[in-house]
Design a protein around this ligand. Structure first.
Ligand SMILES: Cc1cc2nc3c(=O)[nH]c(=O)nc-3n(C[C@H](O)[C@H](O)[C@H](O)COP(=O)(O)OP(=O)(O)OC[C@H]3O[C@@H](n4cnc5c(N)ncnc54)[C@H](O)[C@@H]3O)c2cc1C
Length: 400
């Protein structure tokens, strides 16, 4: 029998809990377990839900949106994120539709500045994929665990005693409440946890188009195109497979012409004529988001914890927002798994996991503020501490 200490709000019967993290599988028929209410069915919320369920918890996820989906863009997932995906049983599906670029270039004003071979033997990997693909794989893993996900169910806040408040007026008691409701988190704001929030001079238009003629040779690599003449613009050219091309198009917020949606293809083609086939195919696709950093006073209040962008939104310069979100979601589940005192377990979790996220966030913020990536990705320094990290809850040796 698992410990049920602290389960003040009721006991939940789990029919079957599958542990897919390589440490076995067990039947928990008739076992009384603790319960978590989670706000947000994004990468962080679903990862936490699966990881808790694997550890025998009962879980309910509330998603404000009417549908479970990710918008049309691409995403980079480094080795650390892949390890978490393995632990939650989503890895095989993710890798089946992901792309491993052989190289990473930086090009400025038409000149090739830097090149790094990636994804080769003995290197930590960097896979690219569409967000829809990543999301579908994680959602499928959640479905296999029979996790209850309620759509059109927005959270309005939470109480440290372990209660999630919903927009329909209901209050859901739980042993653990998780705010995974993104950068504008209602759960976080209701607890007054924000310490600082910074915005930057630049933002990014994200679009997904077909690769058309951009195939073969250098076009199979990731290419970070920068141009400072006639205006500062950047396109992170990212193949996501045989057919899909993701472009993350950085433009200063003050540059209305370049940051507008629908994308002003003419403006962009003037700076990046070599990408004309892709730029002219954008049409009315794309969305523009500002770079943003959020830091919290604490990652938890009583029995309510914050994860993902709700806790530590960061500029995408190191492509670690989702990676850190998934790492912290998994480590949270590990931390509370068998803990008698949830509040204390959450404080220990933060003390152990937060330094790496703080470090990554501050490096990402520096790169965003300085636009230093225009000189090439700094492969050698500590920017890749998170990518190389072996996340809590994943085995040190993983045969992928
Ligand atoms: C331009 C850009 C590029 C990026 N590229 C990368 C990358 O390549 N690699 C990477 O690792 N990261 C990247 N990121 C960061 C990454 O997208 C985020 O860190 C990640 O999506 C965070 O996941 P999340 O689950 O915390 O939040 P979200 O993905 O925002 O999910 C939050 C969920 O909560 C729901 N929700 C919101 N409010 C409520 C509410 N009140 N009640 C219930 N549900 C609610 C939302 O509908 C959503 O489903 C990028 C970010 C940006 C802006």
């Amino acid at each position: 029998m698992k410990a049920t200490h602290g389960s003040r709000h009721g006991r939940f019967m789990v029919r079957q809990a599958h542990h897919e993290a390589g440490v076995g599988r067990w039947d928990a028929e008739e076992e009384a377990v603790r319960h978590a209410e989670i706000a947000g069915a994004g990468f962080a919320g679903l990862t936490a839900a699966i990881a808790l369920r694997q550890r025998g918890w009962s879980v309910r996820v509330h998603e404000a949106d009417a549908e479970l989906r990710a918008f049309g863009a691409g995403i980079f997932i480094w080795e650390n994120g892949l390890r978490v995906l393995k632990a939650i049983g989503a890895y095989d599906d993710v890798v089946a539709g992901a792309y491993a670029a052989p190289g990473y270039h930086t090009s400025r004003d038409g000149e090739r500045l830097a090149y790094e071979r990636i994804n080769g033997a003995n290197r930590f990997r960097l896979l690219t994929m569409t967000r829809q693909h990543l999301y579908a794989a994680i959602l499928a893993a959640a479905r296999r665990m029979d996790i209850e996900i309620i759509t059109s169910s927005a959270a309005t806040g939470a109480a440290p005693e372990g209660v999630l408040h919903l927009a329909d007026g209901r209050s859901m008691p739980a042993d653990l409440v998780i705010g995974a409701d993104g950068v504008r988190s209602a759960v976080r704001d209701s607890l007054g946890l924000i310490d600082a929030r910074n915005k930057y001079q630049d933002g990014i238009i994200r679009v997904l188009v077909g690769r058309a003629t951009l195939k073969g040779g250098v076009w199979d690599d990731v290419i970070d195109f920068w141009s400072f003449s006639p205006r500062p613009l950047r396109i992170l050219y990212t193949p996501c497979g045989e057919d899909d091309l993701y472009m993350a198009m950085m433009a200063p917020t003050a540059d209305r012409e370049a940051s507008s949606i629908p994308v002003n293809a003419e403006v962009w083609i003037r700076s990046f004529p070599q990408l004309a086939p892709a730029l002219s195919a954008i049409g009315d696709r794309g969305r523009y988001d500002l770079y943003e950093t959020t830091t919290l006073k604490r990652w938890s209040a009583g029995r309510t914890a914050l994860i993902g962008d709700a806790a530590h939104a960061m500029p995408p310069t190191l492509a670690q927002g989702a990676g850190c979100a998934m790492m912290n979601a998994l480590s949270l589940a590990v931390a509370v798994s068998d803990a008698d005192d949830i509040d204390a377990a959450l404080r220990r979790w933060e003390a152990r996991e937060r330094p790496l996220t703080d470090h990554t966030q501050s490096r990402a913020a520096h790169l965003a503020g300085s636009r230093a990536l225009a000189d090439g990705m700094p492969w050698e320094d500590d920017c890749f501490r998170a990518a190389r990290h072996i996340p809590t809850g994943t085995p040190p040796q993983m045969h992928l």
